[in-house]
Design a protein around this ligand. Structure first.
Ligand SMILES: *Cc1c(COP(=O)(O)O)cnc(C)c1O
Length: 424
């Protein structure tokens, strides 16, 4: 969580909580705009640089509109994500569609309404497209050539992308189909704070582009080095050096240009880096108990933030109005699911918490609300935006019982199936 956000939020938090009720995710427009500007500044001078925000990180139209305003495109991987992006005005060149295990229906949506930049996860998908797109991008998986990291896994074991040997035949087949514009994509790491990983991805993709071009005589419009830029979830984590990434990428692209007389554009598709540090989950302590451990029960549960339960991810927690200096108590911060991994923090030293205290769970601006779910009948909380003008706006209401029951409102359909033996 950025210091500026903390300073903006702390004085007004009790009032916001009183007005909107808890729990809620709250996002900081100022911080999001600052990070977007920093990213663009870091890559300044790179011709055609563009960030396609990974919609899955924070699929809220109000947030997407802000990101569209600053010039970002959108990386989508499902029909709802495409629909959401198109509804806020994204056009063909603003949309990158990076799906895997894709259905025909998804391709139909991706290519409808003016289309998008299509990123294929496998060469077999070329022949499943409803019609020939103007351009194509393939997702490359380098296998043992790169090591990957914990969230996304080792490339050799990852389900994503084409193998090294499949790259050339893939572009050859695309050419044979009459496709004329090309891109190359890879996403190797997730939440990686060492900028050199992304520099290596840039180098790797440029080398591959040079090989394919030499072999097939085609020109690449762009390379997309993926998302996965990391953020400091722990106070002691060093932030990623975005300027160093920008300048080393710029140097690689310039060298490519010198050698080949032209250069593909550079795209990124970060989610976490853009909005992650600019969101918090605010939840109130409602119970406490002391058994074999001390527990603090809060009014949010993992339906609002799944990362700790799913990946054992660390989210820093602050108790509003209490400084983490003296008399810390080691506690588990828990939600109300009948699931023992419904914990926001495990054995965490925090200032003594009393019922009614507001807890600020940091860095929930990406893969937070979006990853929520309804197991155990737990409903997802509202989302709020702290605007640059200082006003707080509700940008999504909390789920209601009616939402939970919405799928029980269906057309009756009872069917008496014929046994297989009678049909053959
Ligand atoms: C999830 C995802 C991203 C965004 O990842 P972050 O860690 O939020 O940057 C980008 N591209 C693809 C293909 C993804 O699946």
């Amino acid at each position: 969580m950025h210091v500026g956000f903390q300073q903006r939020l702390l004085p007004i938090l009790p009032d916001i909580a009183a007005h909107f009720g808890t729990p809620f995710h709250l996002y900081d427009e100022t911080g999001i705009r600052q990070t977007a500007a920093e990213l663009q500044a870091a890559f300044e001078g790179i011709q055609g640089f563009r960030e396609y925000f990974a919609v899955k990180a924070l699929p809220n139209p109000r947030i997407l509109s802000i990101l569209r305003e600053v010039g970002f495109g959108f990386d989508c991987s499902s029909i709802p994500e495409l629909t959401l992006s198109r509804r806020i005005g994204a056009q063909a060149t603003d949309l990158f569609f990076t799906s895997n295990n894709t259905t025909r229906e998804e391709f139909e949506h991706a290519l409808a309404d003016g289309g998008c930049i299509l990123n294929l996860d496998d060469v077999s998908l070329l022949h499943k497209l409803p019609h020939r797109p103007e351009g194509i991008c393939f997702r490359y998986n380098p296998g043992t050539r790169r090591s990957g990291n914990t969230i996304i896994g080792n490339p050799v074991e990852a389900k994503f992308g084409l193998s090294h040997e499949q790259v050339l035949p893939a572009y050859r087949q695309a050419l044979a189909l009459g496709i004329q514009r090309f891109g190359l994509h890879a996403m190797i790491a997730s939440n990686e704070r060492d900028y050199r990983s992304m520099v290596e991805t840039t180098r790797m993709l440029l080398a591959l582009v040079a090989d394919v071009q030499a072999e097939l005589g085609i020109r690449f419009d762009f390379i997309n080095i993926g998302g996965g830029l990391g953020i400091p979830y722990r106070p002691e984590d060093t932030p990623l050096d975005i300027r160093a990434l920008g300048s080393e990428a710029r140097a690689l692209l310039a060298a490519f240009h010198d050698q080949h007389g032209f250069c593909p554009a550079l795209f990124t598709e970060s989610g976490r880096y853009i909005t992650g540090p600019h969101g918090v989950l605010i939840t109130r302590a409602i119970n406490h108990k002391h058994t074999y451990r001390r527990y603090v029960g809060v009014d949010a549960s993992m339906s609002a933030l799944m990362r700790p339960g799913m990946y054992g991810a660390y989210h820093h927690i602050e108790v509003a109005g209490k400084t983490a200096t003296a008399d810390l108590q080691t506690v588990d911060i828990v939600g109300s699911l009948c699931e023992n991994n419904d914990k926001f923090a495990i054995q965490r030293p925090l200032p003594p918490i009393v019922e009614g205290d507001l807890l600020i769970i940091h860095d929930t601006g990406a893969h937070g609300h979006a990853m929520g779910f309804n197991y155990n009948g737990r409903l997802r909380p509202q989302e709020l935006l702290l605007r640059t003008d200082g006003q707080v706006e509700r940008i999504r209401r909390a789920e209601t019982l009616d939402d939970y029951f919405a799928t029980l409102n269906y057309q009756p359909n009872t069917f008496h199936p014929t046994p297989y033996s009678e049909t053959v």
